[in-house]
Design a binder for this molecule. Structure first.
Ligand code: PLP
Length: 408
């Protein structure tokens, strides 16, 4: 595992670029390409006419998730050069991850969504090869998955895709009543923890009481690092994370952690096995290694130092916006999912004659392009997906657009 010191170095070596180059010279693409320190000879995005951007928004699938650190890219490049047996690789990486995260077993999945599908398929079929081949037809299987109404989001499609039927409940009482011979899994969405009546421990206890496996979707719940350990320890049978969000691994990879029995059953649906519902959810050897490297690097990182960087960056941007006058800023950390310093910028639209949408458009259309999030009343920013140094550009740009709106 990389040493903590080395990890800090790889983190703090990046802002250096910001210090060396004047902000005007820093464009989104040259900045990152230089940072890779490789002999890149082709600029594919430019050739294709695709604009790259500074990601001041967060880990959005549409914005291609996160940027992989050098160590992860090295693992991917390493993996590309030799053949191995895919199952053996998954077996051994699964053991290694389970060791690192102090849980029973693990596997690298095709994203958190893929983890949900193969886990659901696994609990429905067990180790029965005939059933494996039969999906999405669930005749003769337990095929119901129970979740709280408030936890039902679009991603539940990962469960119905493999043939499961979603049963929604509101209370613990309703949940117990909904359990029957067909119940295959109890599913929990960590991001919506505060919206549901049933919380973690009660949920796990209900699963144990009725002998039904529990699953928690923690896709966007890194940081904090503790979450990698917390939910398996709490007793959830399966825990899933996105690889390409806070872990900064390959965007199409993910982690499924938990009980060996369920993960082995989930693996029966994955490549190289062909007559399965999960055949298309392939994780190649490069991404399996990339995911492992990303996890090791993440565990060795100085999380306090990283947090401090994010705080400093977000404060710089908030201060720049406030310096215009008639601007309000609020920095908060969501309680669940995307738990990083998050900035909201609002202003008096009678004084600064620009809407949040127009500000965001000008940032997007500018050079370099900057992506943010927002609604009718405010613009939202996080810095964790930026290359350190880019906060300078974002600060200056927001300030100048807001200032111009004053004069117009
Ligand atoms: C991002 C996300 C997913 C999907 O994860 P992928 O790694 O993109 O497959 C599932 N659930 C939640 C709550 C998410 O935020």
């Amino acid at each position: 595992m990389p040493s903590r010191r080395k990890a800090i170095k790889s983190l703090v070596s990046v802002p250096f670029i910001g210090a060396l180059l004047s902000p005007e010279k820093l464009t989104a693409s040259t900045n990152i390409v230089n940072n890779l320190n490789t002999n890149l000879t082709r600029d594919y995005f430019k050739e294709l006419g695709i604009r790259t951007f500074i990601n001041a928004a967060g880990t959005y699938t549409s914005m291609t998730g996160s940027l992989m650190p050098k160590e992860v890219i090295e693992a991917i490049n390493y993996g590309a050069l030799q053949y191995v047996n895919l199952d053996e690789l998954q077996d051994k990486v699964g053991e290694r991850i389970a060791d690192l995260l102090d849980c029973e077993y693990a596997t690298v999945s095709s994203g958190c969504f893929g983890a949900m599908s193969i886990a659901m398929a696994g609990v429905m079929c067990g180790k029965d090869q005939k059933k494996v081949k039969q999906l999405p037809n669930t005749k003769g299987m337990r095929n119901e998955v129970i979740m709280q109404d408030s936890h039902t989001i679009g991603y539940a499609q990962a469960l119905t895709n493999v043939g499961a039927k979603v049963i929604k409940v509101k209370t613990a009482k309703e949940l117990e009543k909904a359990i029957n011979r067909k119940t295959a899994m109890l599913w929990f969405l960590n991001a919506n923890t505060d919206r549901g009546e049933i919380k973690w421990k009660e949920f796990v206890a209900l699963g144990k009481k009725h002998n039904i496996p529990t699953f928690i979707d923690c896709a966007a719940d890194i940081p904090p690092v503790e979450n990698l350990f917390r939910f398996t320890k709490m007793g959830f049978d399966m825990v899933a994370f996105s690889g390409g969000k806070g872990l900064r691994g390959p965007q199409s990879a993910g982690l499924l952690l938990g009980k060996r029995e369920y993960i082995e059953a989930a693996r029966l649906h994955t490549p190289p096995r062909g007559e399965t519902i999960g055949r298309g959810m392939k994780v190649n050897k490069e991404e399996v290694l990339g995911m492992l490297a990303a996890l090791e690097l993440y565990l060795s990182r100085d999380h306090d130092a990283e947090w401090k960087v994010w705080e400093d960056q977000i404060n710089m941007i908030a201060d720049a916006a406030k310096s215009v006058g008639d601007v309000e800023t609020k920095i908060s950390v969501p309680a669940y999912a995307n738990c990083v310093p998050t900035l909201r910028i609002k202003w008096d639209q009678n004084k600064l004659k620009i809407s949040p949408d127009e500000l965001r458009k000008q940032l997007r259309d500018g050079d370099p392009s900057i992506q943010t999030v927002g609604d009718k009343n405010s613009v939202g920013i996080t810095t964790w997906m930026m290359v350190p140094g880019q906060e300078i550009i974002v600060s200056q740009k927001i300030k100048s657009v807001l200032e111009n709106s004053k004069n117009s």
